[in-house]
Design a protein around this ligand. Structure first.
Ligand SMILES: Nc1nc2c(ncn2[C@@H]2O[C@H](COP(=O)(O)O)[C@@H](O)[C@H]2O)c(=O)[nH]1
Ligand code: MN
Length: 410
């Protein structure tokens, strides 16, 4: 264990403008695909003022200036642009009251209608937990219950293999059930919040305790509730379409900024040799799942397995080393703009609408169908193995895609 934790640069320490040191690491074995551009972005971001600890996950890949698949701990300030525009994007998993054997892919595909359109039903229950005033931007409720574009999706899955029966049972899961994995976030709401607090003000660093800090954080927290409500309504709409019911197994956000818990802050202060007030630590997760909120699903792509994993609490040193965070997916291997050129001559649209695992894709946008091809993603098995080697997770089960819904809009 530990051989997959790499220090960046040679001794893993960068200093910000104030001269304070930030430890920088990434979790990756030699088998994993890791782009130098992603590591450069990790190092550059770690040099922001107030940055104390930066950890790249095995799914680390380049973003627009800042990498995706990373956790950044600051002290005394936060950076809204590191959370990004899709505040509260996350993965929710539902166990359905239907068995994979009962799933008729052709019939189900036909029944998934109207899901890109605004939800016409009653939403008062769905929005009950959202602090709409705190959002401080238009609540965008016409988008609630819709997946959105990019790599967001809703996917029917079945259990491929159970690795840890005890943990599987503890979650009251049944291997004979079908599952629904929903990946979506706060849609336009998160983008509006980012515009309001960063683009419009031109300020990227927000000091803890300022009025702007209090107001951004309230909007951010309301956007987390919006995103969670969105995934719940998406799941309800999908279940309604196929006339089934189900129960939520988990729901974990991967784009957030939150305070470290008191025990985490103490552990990190020890690691950093920092005698300053540990309570001031804030952790930004951009495409990274937390390790302290129970099991998470780490998906690969529409053409590969997803992993249900349990973060390991036994060895807290491993968790602090990993920035109390996990990969949130396989991570992009190819840039969106490159994929079509690489695959267009090899695969027709019809080829991409089915996967070697036997699953079906609903995606009527030709460009998106190519951009999201499984080949564009890193190898999920290697990403998961790196997390296992780093001592931060155990595998509970793997899930296999049956039907992935992206959009019917052309
Ligand atoms: N099972 C599926 N996994 C997918 C699909 N499209 C993308 N992905 C994986 O999800 C993460 C999400 O990344 P994010 O940065 O947008 O939050 C991505 O890294 C892929 O590994 C899919 O259709 N099905
Ligand atoms: Mn996401």
């Amino acid at each position: 264990m530990g051989t997959v934790i790499n220090e960046v640069p040679l001794h893993g320490e960068c200093s910000d403008e104030s001269g304070s040191v930030c430890k920088v690491r990434y979790i990756s074995s030699s088998k994993n695909w890791m782009e130098s551009e992603a590591l450069q972005q990790l190092t550059k971001t770690s040099q922001l003022q107030g940055m104390r600890f930066a950890v790249g996950m095995p799914d680390l890949h380049p973003g627009r200036g800042n990498p995706i698949g990373a956790a950044f701990v600051t002290q005394g300030c936060i950076y809204p642009h590191l959370v990004g525009s899709d505040i509260g994007c996350g993965m929710g998993l539902w166990q359905l009251d239907v068995k994979p054997k009962q799933i008729k892919i052709d019939a189900w595909e036909k029944r998934l209608i109207g899901l890109d359109d605004p939800y016409q039903g009653e939403i008062s229950d769905a929005i009950a937990n959202i602090n709409l005033n705190a959002l401080s931007v238009d609540a965008g409720l016409h988008n609630l219950g819709t997946i959105g574009g990019g790599n967001h999706f809703a996917e029917f899955q079945k259990v491929e293999r159970v690795f840890c029966q005890d943990s599987f049972n503890a979650l009251a899961l049944k291997s004979q059930s079908a599952f629904l994995l929903v990946h979506s976030g706060s849609r336009g709401v998160g983008q509006s919040i980012l515009n309001k607090y960063v683009a419009e003000s031109g300020v990227s660093k927000v000091d803890v305790g300022t009025q702007q800090f209090t107001s951004y954080l309230a909007a951010h927290n309301a956007a987390l509730s919006w995103a969670e409500a969105n995934r719940q309504l998406i799941a309800k709409r999908f279940m309604d379409c196929i006339k089934t019911t189900g129960k939520q197994v988990l729901d974990v956000n991967h784009n957030t900024v939150t305070p470290l818990t008191a025990p985490q802050a103490l552990q990190l202060a020890q690691l950093l040799g920092n005698k300053a007030c540990a309570a001031e630590y804030w952790i930004h997760r951009k495409g990274a799942s937390p390790t302290h909120l129970g099991p998470v699903v780490i998906p690969g792509s529409r053409g590969s397995l997803s992993y249900l994993v349990q973060p390991l609490q036994q060895n807290s040193q491993h968790l602090v080393n990993a920035g109390f965070s996990l990969a949130h997916g396989a991570g992009r291997k190819w840039k969106r703009s490159d994929v079509r050129g690489r695959l267009e001559n090899k695969y027709k649209v019809a080829d991409l609408e089915n996967t070697p695992l036997g699953s079906r894709i609903v995606c009527k946008q030709r460009d998106l169908l190519y951009e999201e091809a499984p080949q564009a993603y890193k190898n999920i098995h290697v990403v998961i193995d790196d997390l296992v080697q780093a001592g931060v997770v155990k595998i509970i089960a793997t899930l296999k895609p049956l039907l992935t819904y992206k959009t019917r809009r052309k």
